[in-house]
Design a protein around this ligand. Sequence first.
Ligand SMILES: [Zn+2]
Length: 253
Amino acid sequence: MTTQRVYKTEAIVLKGIKLGEADKILTLYTPYLGKIRAVAKGIRRPKSKLRGHVETLTHSTLMLARGKNLDIITQGQTIHSFLPLRDSLWRTSHALYASELTDRFTAEQVENLSLFQLLLDALKLLCQTEDAGLIRHYFELHLLSHIGYRPQLERCIKCDSRLNPTANFFSIGGGGVLCPDCQHKESAVYPISLNALKTMRFLQNSDCSSATRLRINPRLSVELELLMQKYITYLLERRVESVKWIDKLREQG
Ligand SMILES: [Zn+2]
């Protein structure tokens, strides 16, 4: 942490909550300071110059002044406004999901540069992709790796044998895959198809450009979504709010 009175940082705005008449408290994710909260004064007024630079899901350069409790944003300059995200509720809901996971899985002021880069990549990819679900799973798996919950997908987490190319089992408490012989040794175990396992391995080990070339069919997508949701909900000990929105949009077709 720097002790200067004013400092500059890049940030992605994860969320904002109203404060008083015209202000907001923003939750920001930064490359070198991790997650921070800061006050944006007057940004709910139509004439605010700062407003456009600190909307949720904007990537900006910000100047902040140290405050007694929370720091105060004094200037902002947008780097990426991710406009395509704002044109589509479907893309928006996935982007908000990524920002919610980032918020929920991190503590304040713990630097995690790879996580910052991952979130930035995910927002860029969501602007271009036709398959937001694929980007979602790419993001989830890499997020889990960056914060120490990388699922073990190569060997059985109990007996350490190499997994056979057959249906195996995913243990959410164990954070990885069990072979058919060991599946009864853990509770909260779910079947995982060979296809789902291969896809998760591929996403876990690829960078974003090779991940986006993958095509997954709707059935596989549903299987991955259920497994990842169960694992993430278990880790967070409650349901992720923005998932409800994704589900609702899907029902409406
Ligand atoms: Zn085993």
